[in-house]
Design a protein around this ligand. Structure first.
Ligand SMILES: [Zn+2]
Length: 300
C-alpha cells in the first residue's frame, strides 16, 4: 500500500510540475518504477520528490469513491479513465484524482517518505526508480552502513569519501604508470646483463636463459636483445605451474625458429604463436631446461 499510494503521489508530482505522464508502472519485491514520457534533469527529480514528500507531511486523506463514466469525466482526473460503467476514483485531498482499483493507505502520512533512488533514459522518456516508507528506511540503513564501512576503511568522514576516492584512483593510475616505467627499465637492464652471456658463433650471438620472469617480461627482453643485428634469443621461465617460452631473432637472420618453437611448444603443452622473428607460448609442463637444450642443439 505504501509503495502503491506513493506511486500515485509521485506520478501526480511529475504531471503537476512538468506535464509528465506516467506511461508504465512496475512494482517488484525490492523497488518500484514508473516510466515517464518526459526526460528529467536531477533538479526536476528533486523538485518532484520535494512536492511528493510535502503531500506526505500534510497527511492528506485518501478516499475512494465510485462514479459513473460520465460523472468521472467531469472530474479533474490526472489521466483519461477506461470507458467502464462504474469507475473507482482515488482522491488525495487537494491534490490527485485518478481511477484505480488497487488498495491504498487512508492518510498520506502513512507512506512515511518517497525517495527516488535512480533515473535512467527509457525509450523516449525516463524510468524512475523509487522507494517508499519502510523500504526507503531499509535502503537508508544499508547505504549508511556502506558509507560507515567505507569511511572507516579510508579513515575519513563520509563527506570526504568522494575526494579521497578520487585521490586514490589518481594515485593508483600514477603508480601503475610508474610500475610500467620501472619494469621496462629493469627489463632493459636484464637484457643487457644477458648479453654478457652471449655465445658467439660465426658472427651470430646466441643467448639462452632460464628465469622466473613472466612471459610479458620475456617478450620485452627478447625484443630488446634481437633489436640488434645478428642476435638470437631463447628465453624460458618457470613458475609453480607454468612454463613460458619466447624465441626471437634479429630481422637480418633467417633461422627456422618456428620449427624449434613448435617442438618446444608441444613439449611444454603450450599455447601461443607469433611470426618468424618472435614467438611465444606458455604451458603447464615444466620443461624449460629441456626446451633450452633442444634449442641449443638445433641452433649451435
Ligand atoms: Zn492506486
Amino acid at each position: 500500500m505504501q509503495q502503491h499510494t506513493g506511486q500515485h503521489i509521485l506520478s501526480y508530482a511529475f504531471a503537476e510540475l512538468f506535464d509528465g505522464n506516467t506511461v508504465g508502472f512496475h512494482l517488484s519485491d525490492n523497488y518500484t518504477t514508473i516510466d515517464l514520457d518526459i526526460t528529467l534533469t536531477d533538479e526536476m527529480t528533486e523538485q518532484a520528490e520535494q512536492l511528493s514528500n510535502k503531500i506526505i507531511y500534510e497527511n492528506k486523506i485518501v478516499t475512494a469513491k465510485d462514479y459513473t463514466y460520465e460523472d468521472a469525466l467531469k472530474l479533474n482526473l490526472r489521466k483519461a479513465p477506461l470507458d467502464l460503467e462504474t469507475l473507482r476514483i482515488i482522491n488525495i485531498e487537494g491534490y490527485d484524482e485518478c481511477a484505480c482499483g488497487g488498495t491504498h493507505v487512508k492518510y498520506t502520512g502513512e507512506i512515511g517518505i518517497i525517495k527516488v533512488t535512480r533515473t535512467e533514459r527509457y525509450k523516449n522518456g525516463t524510468r524512475v526508480e523509487f522507494l517508499c516508507g519502510k523500504r526507503a528506511l531499509n535502503d537508508y540503513t544499508a547505504k549508511n552502513k556502506n558509507l560507515s564501512e567505507l569511511s572507516s576503511a579510508l579513515t575519513c568522514k563520509a563527506d570526504m569519501l568522494q575526494d579521497n576516492i578520487e585521490k586514490i584512483v589518481n594515485e593508483n593510475k600514477k603508480l601503475k604508470k610508474d610500475i610500467i616505467g620501472l619494469s621496462n627499465e629493469l627489463n632493459e637492464y636484464r637484457a643487457s646483463e644477458l648479453k654478457n652471456s652471449t655465445v658467439f658463433k660465426d658472427g651470430t650471438g646466441y643467448i639462452f636463459s632460464k628465469s622466473n620472469n613472466d612471459v610479458k617480461d620475456l617478450r620485452f627482453i627478447c625484443s630488446k636483445i634481437t633489436k640488434e643485428e645478428n642476435y638470437v634469443a631463447v628465453l624460458v621461465s618457470e613458475s609453480d605451474n607454468e612454463c613460458s617460452l619466447v624465441i626471437g631473432q634479429a630481422k637480418n637472420l633467417s633461422f627456422d625458429i618456428k620449427g624449434i618453437f613448435e617442438q618446444c611448444r608441444s613439449m611444454i603443452n603450450g599455447k601461443g604463436g607469433g611470426n618468424s622473428y618472435m614467438l611465444q607460448c606458455s604451458g603447464n609442463e615444466l620443461k624449460g631446461r629441456e626446451c633450452l637444450e633442444l634449442a641449443k642443439k638445433a641452433l649451435l
